[in-house]
Unconditional design. Structure first.
Length: 469
RNA sequence: CGGGGCGUAGCGCAGCUUGGUUAGCGCGCCUGGUUUGGGACCAGGAGGUCCCGGGUUCGAAUCCCGGCGCCCCGACCA
């Protein structure tokens, strides 16, 4: 029988394809309240592995995990002018509790700079207390106008790091360290996601920040997605929350703070960055299930062989699952393809007669037979090969779909299908407005060699512009 | 908040224009059987406040009035 597509093809309707994948890969469902999300076990397993990989790197960068309350007094937000202005439209505010109207409304946190700032002020007394490096894993709420599963839900999960430093230089260095050693390292080596690293123009900065650093990935439809972001808050929040320390010279000085986050949006990024018309494609290092062993027929010898193959894979350190019996072979293959499991091991009577099993790569559908003894070591090699092939493939797509242009008009044309790169001086504030009228924004500023600028006042900067999620 | 569209079984939809018996179809689900090397097939079966309220009528999923909800495109945004 012919292979027909189970999902809406990407080329027909990309957003529809995305929704199909989320539903059919059993990642998530819409929650009962508009914009909320139920994360199903398979989606959660992927998020858990993202969390683990990032948490390890966060701790490696010296930050400690802590937890701050979900509820924040409204007055905290009002202490930083830009912050309250930026977040007011999307706050969820509790006005009643215990059957009575509250004396002061309580905000359900959209982010925790304010409440953490309040406690940093308490905990920081001396330069010896610095730097103070905190991170928390939490849920936050932002009342979004147009929610989409994973990409923009009213409630989402994330980590938010918050640090306080004695000097601008120390804060700046730490922000860069986080961005490179936590986010970029995770993105490249686990998620197989190449991005453009750069800083946001003033118009796109976090509310209250003096500088926002970003990692901009390109989805399969050519649109941009901010995968992670790091903010230098300067002394704005330190001033608003009285985060002072006594210096070595005995002077009272204001701290410099940073904040940085990555969220469940990254799951959406995973789907749209690597997914194809057959469904999700999960990079091996991230995959909760790296290999699925499929019994072609529900027969005792085949099932025995499946268990043996699975056992050898497991002892080699492969995250493996056995699938036998429950329906037609074709159906099961399709189901695992939709879930994006990197490696499929097909075990059937025909192969077994020759003492082999068939290994199939999810990323390129390559198929080959290997002896039972060799399966574990071949699989380990293949998982590595798939991991780097996915990264290289994504890198190539990013490069191919980025056009170097000279003018705003050329940029508008190029961003119909991908990214455009041009001189920041060729854009400016009026250029930004022209672009924005066509739903194109400046994703980040970079030095001409692609490295990250210290700030947007550097001369000779390039900008990457694109439509975005 | 501006512009479009839609509410009928778990999901996707038809029926409405021109009111008329027990409201249909596909997928999914349940039972039994045959199957299983790329979404299997046969037989039987379960499942509905036709978004809500009011009105017209002998009779409303269908016509009228009012409400609510959702989706898509923009502005906001991790």
């Amino acid at each position: 029988m012919a292979t027909q597509s189970v999902l809406t093809p990407q080329a027909d309707d990309f957003p529809r394809w995305y929704q199909d994948v989320v539903a059919k890969a059993e990642m998530a469902d819409n929650g009962p309240v508009r914009g909320t999300m139920v994360i199903r076990p398979y989606g959660w397993a992927i998020w858990e592995r993202m969390q683990a990989a990032m948490d390890e790197r966060i701790k490696g960068a010296g930050a400690q995990n802590a937890y701050f309350p979900l509820f924040i007094p409204l007055s905290y937000f009002q202490r930083e002018a830009e912050h309250v202005e930026g977040f007011s439209p999307e706050l969820a505010i509790v006005t009643h509790a215990g059957g009575e109207e509250l004396a002061e409304p309580i905000v359900v946190r959209p982010t925790s700079e304010t409440v953490i700032g309040e406690y940093m002020a308490k905990w920081v007394q001396s330069y010896r207390d610095l730097p103070l490096l905190l991170n928390q894993w939490s849920n936050v709420v932002r009342w979004e106008l147009r929610p989409r599963l994973f990409l923009r839900s009213s409630e989402f999960l994330w980590q938010e790091g918050h640090t306080a430093h004695a000097s601008y230089d120390d804060a700046n260095a730490y922000a860069n360290k986080i961005h490179l050693e936590v986010y970029n390292d995770f993105l490249e080596n686990v998620l197989a996601a190449p991005t453009y690293l750069g800083i946001k123009p003033a118009s796109e900065r976090f509310a209250g920040a003096i500088n926002s650093i970003t990692a901009e990935g390109m989805m399969r439809d050519g649109k941009a997605l901010q995968m992670a972001t790091t903010h230098e808050l300067g002394q704005n929040f330190a001033r608003a929350f009285d985060i002072y320390f006594q210096s070595e010279a005995g002077q009272a000085e204001l701290c410099h703070t940073t904040s940085w986050g990555a969220s469940t949006r990254m799951v959406g990024g995973l789907i749209m960055l690597h997914g194809d018309d057959q469904g999700l494609v999960v990079p091996p290092r991230l995959a909760p299930i790296q290999a699925v062993v499929i019994a072609v027929r529900d027969e005792p010898e085949v099932n025995d062989a499946c268990e043996k193959v699975a056992a050898s894979l497991k002892s080699a350190g492969v995250r493996v699952q056995v699938d036998r019996g429950r329906g037609s072979f074709g159906r099961r293959v399709t189901d695992w393809e939709i879930k994006g499991v990197p490696l499929r091991v097909e075990v059937g009577p025909r192969d077994l007669k020759e003492g082999v099993v068939t290994l199939v790569r999810r990323d390129n559908a390559d198929k080959a037979a290997f002896s039972l003894d060799a399966v574990a070591s071949v699989a380990l090699d293949l998982l590595d090969v798939i991991q780097s092939a996915m990264f290289e493939g994504a890198k190539q797509r990013l490069a191919d779909a980025t056009s170097d242009v000279l003018t705003i008009d050329e940029a508008l044309e190029a961003t119909e299908t991908g990214f455009a790169r041009l001189k920041w001086s060729a854009v400016g504030e009026s250029g930004e407005a022209t672009l924005k009228a066509r739903a194109v924004t400046v994703r980040c500023l970079q030095r001409p060699d692609g490295s990250m600028p210290a700030n947007d006042r550097e001369a000779e900067l390039d900008c990457i512009v694109a439509k975005s999620y």
